[in-house]
Every structure is written in structure tokens, then in C-alpha cells.
Write a protein that binds this ligand. Sequence first.
Ligand SMILES: Cc1cc2nc3c(=O)[nH]c(=O)nc-3n(C[C@H](O)[C@H](O)[C@H](O)COP(=O)(O)OP(=O)(O)OC[C@H]3O[C@@H](n4cnc5c(N)ncnc54)[C@H](O)[C@@H]3O)c2cc1C
Length: 578
Amino acid sequence: MAAHATLPFSCSSTLQTLSRTLSPRGALQLRLPSLAALPRLARAPRPCRRHVSASAAAAPNGASAEGEYDYDLFTIGAGSGGVRASRFASTFYGARVATCEMPFATVASEVHGGLGGTCVLRGCVPKKLLVYGSKYSHEFEESHNFGWTYETEPKHDWSTLIANKNTELQRLVGIYRNILNNAGVTLIEGRGKIVDPHTVSVNGKLYTAKNILIGVGGRPSMPDIPGIEHAIDSDAALDLPSKPEKIAIVGGGYIALEFAGIFNGLKSEVHVFIRQKKVLRGFDEEVRDFIGEQISLRGITFHTEQTPEAVTKSNDGLLSLKTNKETIGGFSHVMFATGRRPNTKNLGLEEVGVAMDKNGAIVVDEYSRTSVDSIWAVGDVTNRVNLTPVALMEGGAFAKTVFGNEPTKPDYRHTLSFLLQTIIDLTIMWILIVSLWITMFDRAIPSAVFSQPPIGQVGLTEEQAIEEYGDVDVFVANFRPLKATLSGLPDRVLMKIIVCATTNKVVGVHMCGDDAPEIIQGIAIAVKAGLTKQDFDATIGVHPTAAEEFVTMRNATRKIRKKSADQVESKDEVVTKQ
Ligand SMILES: Cc1cc2nc3c(=O)[nH]c(=O)nc-3n(C[C@H](O)[C@H](O)[C@H](O)COP(=O)(O)OP(=O)(O)OC[C@H]3O[C@@H](n4cnc5c(N)ncnc54)[C@H](O)[C@@H]3O)c2cc1C
């Protein structure tokens, strides 16, 4: 009997959920607009409608009359943000839209192209498929004490996983083609370059548009150290011809941890090199400690406070990584997951006067308009919050603003009130205050790390909550899940609720353990709705689940009183969940 065919494993999330997957807070850096861009925030842009008079059309985007352009909108890049904006502009607002995108290539090259963009082809989706594939080994281990035996050790075939993953990606490219087609968006295959504020060139042919939207995303960035040509990035790691025997992963962010989990699950020897003492900078400190321990227990070796200095290749083809502290050899692969940079090179931006920051990200105002009135930008290329759902939200808000006669800012938090909108219009000073406020609340965006075990979180970390509110109650449950009592594995679950002591509102929720990303999506609704701890307490749990702990944590583990200068600390017992 083929063991893998009959085991009751519960990797049950469907692909439909993939497009909604969220990534971690490490990426949650909402940049304030540059000072130069600030005065533009004081006014809502005037919408650009299809059927407007020549004089009205001239105002917002430098257009003179409607019929002068081939299109109302030309979108460069058909990734998450670009497709959303193009589809909404065409379907909901009747705009004439064209988009250009490069053909999909699975082979690593400078920019790989493909309808659907990074999330679909080189990010969320393929990564999560590999996470699913790699999780089985842990589940095989868990199954023994539940009565399962196998005649031989289960074996994994890397090429089957990669081939099936690629077939699925091709299917998704087809789905994106249909989406654009059904929306009446003209798809032009090729690399786009801006020629002037209303003209894009693709394969040497010129297309004019009243508005140009840049949604070109980003790509992995690796440090310029000797031997870097021997290393791979996340794009290549998703498409290796064979599974790494021993891999060094440089980086402590979410992409590094997710790939570490994938290769560890597939039984590669995994070493992770991080610059700091802990992984996942910017996450809740308790979560950082917990995930570090749990991952180490699964056999991943961490090398902390190490900066890579060189990669060398020996005659036998094996690689060594030299850091400021040590040199370790014998790697079949060295992977860098050391950040991403916007795809703004050779796009004609400098020539046309689109302002960029020092990292090459396009500077936009709150409506996603660049320093050139007819040119807009959404998604990772603006380096605001680099997540798929955020790019989608920005694309939708752009379409509504420009074609829907309804100036709409992407809502990075839960309640930017109409009152504040009015205040924004009053003075630049207020704009600064509101911008800072938005920065604080960007944490209402839920996110996940698909490490093994995974993390889900929404709202503030404990440290941020203390900084912001002073008086904070923290509820922590750190327990052995029911499954582990039989499996015998050292798996634990961490769940944490952070409450503002003055309002009793839940301002942050964190979880590390099985299904955390799935669970946190529901909790995020409660946090966004501004529910209190009493609301959580008044909710009946679903039993027996780990998630019910979120509604049964009654006693605060810590009561922090910075504001009242009266700090009381109490510790909850660590419980074994039954
Ligand atoms: C490994 C990895 C894992 C990730 N996991 C998650 C996750 O779990 N959850 C999550 O929310 N986010 C995740 N992300 C981030 C997510 O993929 C991005 O935030 C999202 O794809 C950004 O969308 P976008 O529209 O800005 O750009 P993209 O999706 O990158 O689309 C840009 C498109 O523009 C095209 N393009 C570039 N230049 C040109 C040009 N000159 N002409 C024509 N076309 C061009 C590109 O080919 C690309 O298709 C992950 C990213 C990576 C790398």
C-alpha cells in the first residue's frame, strides 16, 4: 500500500486561498511620501472620465481631448496591481485599456515576465505549493504514534513537484489571459518603456494613452560580493533542476524562512545565516524567539550575527560561504534572500521626469500618482507595503480615482474617517500628522509567514503597543497542541492577544503554529472591526481546536503599566491543551 495515498493528512487549503495569502510584517514598511510630494496630498486628484469635455480633461492629466489617445489607460506590467487596475478601469468604468507584459519564462533571466506577475509565478503561489509539498515529511513523522507504519521510508521526487508546479503556473497564466480578455483589455506582449508622459513603446511600436500606470513590481536583490554569480535567488530556488543536498540561505526575513522550511521538509541540510541575533526583524519579540526555537528543533542550523563576504566554488563544484565570522563549505547551493528592489531600470522614468527614491522606488502621493500628472504607479514598484492584497487594493483604488469619479486612497488601516479627509485638505501640517497616523495603523494589515510552523499576525506587536498606548494587557498561551501529545514531537503553539488597557480594544494578535495563517484571517476581521477583549471573551470557542484559545484566555499574562507608572507583571501557567 502506498502510504502517501491513504494518510489522512489535512493539507486541505485549496488553491482558491492562495490568491488571498498574506505575507509577513517584515515587509510592512509603509513609506511616507517624500516632502516634495506632500503638497500634492492636500488635494484629491480630479477624476479623468471617458466622456469629458476637452477643457475638463486638460486639467488633471495634461490631456487635451479624449480622442487624441489610443487608450484611456496603458498599464505597464500585468502583475497583481496592474491586472486589478486594468480590469476595474475597463469593466466598471468603461475605460479603453491596454496592458503590456513580457512572455512567461521559467528560466532565470533579468526580468522573467508572465501574466499574473510575481505572486502567481515567482512568489506566493509557487512558494506555497512547495510548502505543501515539503510539509508531508513532518506529517509522516507525526503519524507513527497514530498507528501508521511504512515498509520503506517515504521518498520524495523533486522533479515531479517542480513539473506539476509549473503545469499549474501555466494554467494560471491562461486564467489571467482570460481575465484580461473578458474584461476587454488589450494585451500587448513585450517590454514596455515610457517615451513621454502619454506614450509607451513596446517592441518598437508606440502607443498613446491619457494615463499610464506603472505596475512593474520588483525583483530579488543580492549583495555585490565576490563569487555572487555562484549564488541563487528566490526566483531560481523555485525552479532548481535538482533538490539541494546542502543549502546555505542568507537572510532572516520571511522569504528566507519559508525556503528554509521547504528545503528542510524535503530533507536538505539547511543552514540559515542572519545578520542579527534573531530572525524576522520587526515581528513581535516573543514570536521571534518562539519561531527561532521551533525551527531549530526541526533541524535547521542558524548562524547568527554573520554578514556574508564571499562565495567560492571548489573544483568538485561545491560552494563555500565566507562570513565575517566563519567559512562553511560543502554547499550544493547558496541562496540569498536579502531583499528586493523595484523594476524601474530602463523604463524611461528619468527621461520623463518621474521621481524615484534612492532605492529606485517610484514616489507617489496617496492616490498613487507620480510626480508626472498623467503617470501613476501601484504595487511593489512604489515600495509601500509589498504584499499582493495591498497591490490589488492600490490598483482598485487607482481605477476608482481616475475613472470612477471617486478619489480613493488605498486604505492601509481600518478607519480613515471622512473627518480626517477634510482636515487633510486644510493644511500641510495635518497631512504630516495623518501620514504618521497611517504609518502606525499599517499594522492592521494581516500577514503570514509560511514557515514551518507558520505564523499569522494582525495589528501591533507587544513592543509597538507599549510604545503607543503605555498601558497594555498581554495574554499569552504557549502550549503543546493535542496532536503533539500523541505524535511525541516537540511541536508547540504560541498564541498572543495584545489589548490596550484603557480602551480594552484588541490591538494585536499573533499566532505561531499549525494553520496560523488560516486562523488569523478570521481574527483580522475582529481587529479591523475594533473589537474588545470582552467581545473575544463573549465568543464561544470551537472545540477541540487550537484556535479556541483566542476566546478562552482569561487572565492577562502581563499587565504593563507605563502610563500609570505602575507596572504589574503576572505569569500564566503554560498549559497542555486537551
Ligand atoms: C518568494 C516570494 C514570496 C511571496 N509571498 C507572498 C505571500 O505569501 N503573500 C503576499 O501577499 N505577497 C507575497 N509576495 C509578494 C508579492 O508577490 C508582491 O507583493 C506582489 O506580486 C506585487 O504585485 P505587483 O503588481 O506590484 O508586481 P508584480 O506581481 O511583480 O508584477 C509586475 C509585472 O510587471 C512585469 N514587468 C516588469 N517590467 C516590465 C516592463 N518593462 N514591461 C512590461 N512588463 C513588465 C513583470 O514581468 C511582472 O509580471 C511574495 C514575493 C516573493 C518574491
